[in-house]
Design a protein around this ligand. Sequence first.
Ligand code: AMP
Length: 563
Amino acid sequence: MIIGIDLGTTNSLVSIWQDGESTLVKNLLGDFVTPSVVGVDDDGRIIVGAPAKDRLLTHPSRTVAVFKRLMGSNASIKIADLVLKPQELSSFILKQLKEDVEAFTGEKVSEAVITVPAYFNDTQRKMTKLAGRLAGLKVERLLNEPTAAALAYGLHEEKDNEILVFDLGGGTFDVSVLEMFDGIMEVRASAGNNRLGGEDFTRAIAQYFTEQLNHDGLIPSDRLHKLEPKILAEAERAKVHLSTHHEYESHLVEDEKRFAISITRQKFESVCESLLSQLQQPILQALNDSSIAANQLDHVLLVGGATRMPIISKLVTKMFGVFPNKSLDPDQAVAKGAAIQAALKSQDESIEEVVLTDVCPYTLGIEVVTDTYDSKLVQGVFSPIIERNNTIPTSKMQTYYTANDNQESINIKVFQGESRNTANNIYLGNVTVDVPKGLAGHQSIEVRFSYDTNGLLEVEALVVQTAERTSSLIVTGEDDLNDEQVNKSLEKLKSLKIHPRESMENTSVLYRANRLYEQNIGEKRELVGRVVDYFTGILESADEEKINAVREQVNRELDQYEL
Ligand code: AMP
C-alpha cells in the first residue's frame, strides 16, 4: 500500500485508498490533523503533533514549528540539546503518520506520495524525499499540492477544463492554474506570497479590537499591551465566528472590569481591505504566466482553512464570475488527493488512469559572460534556457558563442533561479566541452536542456563546427543525495529516543493542562493546577482502566479554560 501525505507548514494529514475511495486516517489522539510541531520532552524523547504544539508555549526552547519554511536550506535548528535539519524534523512527522496508518490498517507501510507546494525548488523537493527516506518511507512521487486538490475534487475524471486552485493557509497563500487536457493534468503556473495567510486576517481584527479598547483611553496602551494574547485569541474566535454569523460580540475582563468588543461582517471586510487586495496580485501573475484569461476558468478550488471566510468566496466570484468549489473540507483536500495519486501509482483497478504533468517552478539556465556597451566583459550573468512555469517534461535549446580568442573549452555551469546574477541563483552542476580554437564569438555551441517530471535535467551540448555532442545528466532525484550524509542522518535519528505511542494520550492531556496553567491567571489558573495534580495522581496509580475513564473527563473539563 502507498499512503498519501500532506506534509503541511502548520498541519499534516495522511490518507489511504480504501474500498475505492480516499480515506483520511486519524492519529493516535483521534484527530485527522497532526500539527507539524516537534518537541523534546524532559526525558529527552521526541514528541510530535498536538502535545508538542502545547509545549510551544510552556517549553519554547524544546519545541519547534513551521520548519517546512526552512526545508531545502542549510539551517540547523536547535531544539533542547539537539541540533536538527529541517528534513530530520519533518521525518518525525512523516514517521508518526506512517505509524498511524500501520495502527489503523495493521499493515506495514513503506511507500508514500508526499505533497509539496508547486513552487518548491529542486533542493526543497530533494529534501522532502530525504525526509521520507529518514522516516523509512520510499517516496514514490512528490505531488504538487494544487494538483492533489484537483484530484480530490475528481477533476481528472472530467473532460478538458481550466482550473485555478486558491490555497490560503494560516501563513501562506498559493495560487496555481491547472489545465486538464486529453487526459493529462498539467500545472500551468504557480504564484504566491509566503507571508500572507489567515493569521494576517486575525491580526487585522485584533488591531480593530485594540482600537475599540483604547478608544477615549478606555484601557491605556501599556495595559493593552499586556492583554495582547487575549485580544488575539478573541480575534481568532471572531474570525471563525464571522464565517457563519453576521456579527461577533464578546467582552474582555481586565481588573475585574468587563470591556465590550464587537465586529460585524461588514466591518471585518473593511479592516481587511488591504489584505484582500494583496491576494489579487499573485492571482493575476499566475493567470498571466499561464496565458489563461480569468473568464476561461471552469473551476476555482478553495483549499486551506482560511478560505472558509466568506469574503474569500466573494472575492473569487467577483474576480472570475464563477462560484468556487468548496464542497470538500479545505483542510483535507490535499491529503485526499495524495491518496488518489497513490492509488494511480499502484494502479488500483478502481481508478482510471490520468497522466499528471508538472511545471518547472523555477527558471533553469547557464552562466554566461556578456559585454557592456564599452566592451568590458561582465562575468556571472544568468542566461535562462527553460523559463519558470514551463510544463515538464520539456526540452529547450539556445545557442552560445565563445567569449575569448583561442578559447579551447567552454564550461557550462548550470543554475536554477530568477536572478540575472548567477551568484544569487542555485548552482546545480557543470559540463565542459572542447571547442576548436578561433576568434572570440566564432565558435558556437547549442545547449539543449531536457527536464523531466523526476527532476532530472539532461544537458546536451553540440559543438556546431565539429558536430561533437556531449551530454550529461545533472541534478536531483534521490540518487543525487550524498549517501554519507544520509547515513549520518539515519545514525543520528536512530540514537534518539521517541516518546512511546502507548502513553502519548496521557502525556498529551498533561501537556495541555500545563499550557492552560500558563495561559490563565488567578482563580482559573488555580483550578487548572488542581486538574493537573488530580490527573498526575491518577497516572501514578498506574490503573489503566481508571486512567482511561478519567482522561476524557479531564480533557473536557480543560475545554473551559481555553482562552
Ligand atoms: P491551514 O494552515 O490550512 O490549517 O489554515 C489555518 C488558517 O485557517 C488559520 O488562519 C485559521 O484561523 C483559518 N481558519 C480555520 N477555520 C476557519 C474558519 N471557519 N473561518 C475562518 N478562518 C478559519
